[in-house]
Design a protein around this ligand. Structure first.
Ligand code: GDP
Ligand code: GDP
Length: 433
């Protein structure tokens, strides 16, 4: 499953204002912890319990006039191919421009659900001016104000109806996506894994038109690999290479159970890698970090330790993640990557018996209870793991609202210390009992 909402439209209609509104709380969390640069144009959002990725297309275009319109047209085409739902944003204060018309023409030809979002309706006096957008020929209008948020709820109620949350794949094998910046070695590792054995490897048409799913079934392993490297789209506009690869990465990531994030040992971990890492984390995916081209690094007995520490520093506070050092060209530890992804998958689906959970966690809580607030004490009575596709734990107590963020972290760390959830997301909830 993969739910991507792309916001398209010409400059200044309010795309990034809406994008920020949809993603802001989570973005604030990520940025606080890691100092990630703010120039990200994709992020996770949630509406009525459905999570999805929002992508603000405008962010990928350079501000030079001659490439501008061509780039926007091309992005609309990519969005039609890759997104689940398209929000076509227009501006009530300007009416329909030529570029709006061109975009509408492209969208009418595409087969994806399109929502015409008429923005900047800050007050109802402007409603009459909105009518003109019916002439775009894309159906219903969604009047909103990105600035105040009015109308966005009604819009999202309709948008989520187009989501596909059920896995459509006929087989329920674990899915591992290999992602990373261009040139890190994604194609090489896939070739090295399947190259000589192509006869026992069946490429299966993906759930989505052109993502490549490879069924890997040898040496006792049985899983699906999702390849983002195999397909390289020719784009006329240079800026859109990144846009396209981001779209592909998000899609693969959303479909995967475990994300194998490849990094170039020479270049180290960069902000783009950290963004992908956080996206995986926010999407509750398992993660394996692979540092490839290890052959190019001059090593002594401390090098691995130093590298690991640098990476963990940058991905803090989510550091309980396996890191594998590979050289695909020298065939070093390639299978270790797969074995590690399997372990992470096992950790992700691990269920801890309730008795064991309480036996271990209750004494820890007794020794370090949540700090009292205004003389009130939080009493935690018992703990259960909630059923789901990743580890979630409910701590039943009298006053859940008094449990603050640092205590959540403390509890998560204690769970990780006592049970093996390496590479897997862990969620902790305090609930009223
Ligand atoms: P983008 O280029 O499409 O991403 O547009 P921006 O989000 O950067 O917005 C362009 C301008 O329109 C900014 O000055 C915003 O403050 C303004 N804007 C965005 N949404 C609204 C809105 O709902 N009402 C009003 N009045 N202004 C808005
Ligand atoms: P992709 O863009 O991520 O798919 O990267 P490729 O698999 O196309 O690899 C990019 C380049 O890096 C190619 O020239 C590979 O031969 C080279 N490469 C891949 N893995 C390694 C490695 O472990 N060591 C070295 N030295 N080069 C590698």
């Amino acid at each position: 499953m993969s739910n991507i909402v792309a916001i398209v439209g010409r400059p200044n209609v309010g795309k990034s204002t809406l994008y920020n509104r949809l993603t802001e709380t989570r973005k604030a969390i990520v940025d606080d912890f890691s100092g990630v640069t703010r120039d990200r144009h994709y992020g996770v959002s949630e509406w009525v319990g459905r999570s999805f990725t929002v992508i603000d297309t405008g962010g990928y275009v350079a501000n030079s006039v001659d490439v501008f319109e061509a780039a926007i047209r091309e992005q609309v085409i990519i969005a039609i191919e890759e997104a689940t739902v398209i929000l076509f944003m227009v501006d009530v204060t300007t009416g329909i421009t030529d570029l709006d018309d061109e975009i509408a023409t492209l969208l009418r030809k595409g087969k994806k659900p399109v929502f015409v979002v008429v923005n900047k309706l800050d007050n109802t006096n402007l409603l009459a001016d909105s009518m003109v957008f019916y002439s775009l020929g894309l159906g219903e209008l969604y009047n909103i104000s990105s600035m105040t948020g009015s109308g966005t709820g009604e819009l999202l109620d309709e948008v989520v109806k187009h989501f596909d949350d059920e896995p459509t794949e006929e087989n329920q094998l674990p899915k591992y996506a290999i992602v990373g910046r261009p040139n890190v070695g994604k194609s090489s590792i896939i070739n090295s894994l399947i190259g000589k054995e192509r006869n026992i490897v069946t490429p299966i048409a993906g759930t989505t038109r052109d993502s490549i799913h490879i069924h890997y079934n040898q040496y006792g392993h049985d899983f699906m690999l999702i390849d983002t490297a195999g397909l390289r789209k020719k784009t006329k506009v240079k800026e859109n290479i990144e846009f396209y690869s981001v779209m592909r990465t998000i899609k693969a990531l959303e479909e995967a159970d475990v994300v194998i994030l490849m990094i170039d040992a020479v270049e180290g971990i960069e902000s783009q890698d950290i963004n992908i890492f956080h996206l995986a984390e926010k999407n509750k995916k398992g993660v394996v970090i692979v540092v490839n081209k290890w052959d190019l690094i001059e090593k002594n007995n401390k090098t691995i330790k130093v590298f690991e520490e640098q990476i963990r520093d940058k991905i803090a506070p989510f550091t309980d993640v396996p890191i594998v050092f590979t050289s695909v060209t020298e065939k070093q530890r390639v299978l270790k990557v797969i074995e590690t992804a399997n372990l992470v998958y096992q950790n992700k689906i691990r269920k801890i018996p309730t008795s064991k959970l309480n036996e271990i966690m209750l004494p820890i809580i007794e020794a370090y209870p949540p700090p009292s607030i205004k003389g009130k004490y939080v009493k935690i009575k018992y703990i259960t793991q909630i059923a789901g596709t990743s580890p979630m734990f409910a701590f039943f107590c009298n006053l859940p609202q008094y449990v603050k963020e640092p205590y959540y972290r403390f509890i998560e760390n204690k769970i990780r210390e006592n049970f093996n959830f390496n590479g897997a997301p862990v969620q902790v909830w305090f609930r009223q009992k």
